[in-house]
Design a protein around this ligand. Structure first.
Ligand SMILES: [Fe+2]
Length: 145
């Protein structure tokens, strides 16, 4: 399998684990900032589900197979799952910042490889995600001040 497809599948796995984690936090958030965090998290995981679908279909359009089961997602994800425990907004924000930085790193790696192979579709797709994650990181980091 092409190196870039392997990385796209790893990225897909990260996003799958991340959406479960965001929904976990949506349910388990507690304390100050509950309402806003609860709502934001739902917005985040719904947005990521669209990215997941886009990446999987992009892999298919290139004639390759996207990973599509939980076992494979967990094995290929760098993102760590959350516990089934209540957690404060501030902790959630700190954890999500780390995870978004991981996703950004993955997207940059995929973009660089795609550019080297003149795969402009994949490269442009990563631009959208990078912009999306950078904006989230800016806002989340502001919340910590
Ligand atoms: Fe909900």
């Amino acid at each position: 399998m092409e190196e870039n497809i392997k990385n796209l599948n790893m990225f897909l796995s990260d996003l799958e684990v991340m959406t479960v984690k965001l929904q976990n936090y949506h349910w388990y958030v507690t304390g100050k900032g509950f309402f806003i965090t609860h709502e934001k998290l739902e917005e985040y995981y719904e947005e990521m589900r669209e990215q997941i679908d886009e990446i999987a279909e992009h892999i298919l359009s290139k004639g390759y197979k996207p990973l599509a089961n939980m076992k494979d997602f967990l094995q290929n994800s760098e993102i760590q799952e959350a516990q089934n425990e209540k957690i404060k907004s501030l902790e959630i924000i700190k954890n999500i910042i780390k995870d978004l930085e991981t996703l950004k790193k993955q997207a940059i790696k995929i973009k660089q490889e795609a550019d080297n192979k003149s795969d402009y579709e994949t490269s442009a797709m990563m631009d959208d995600y990078l912009k999306n994650y950078s904006k989230k990181l800016w806002m989340l980091n502001e919340c910590l001040k």
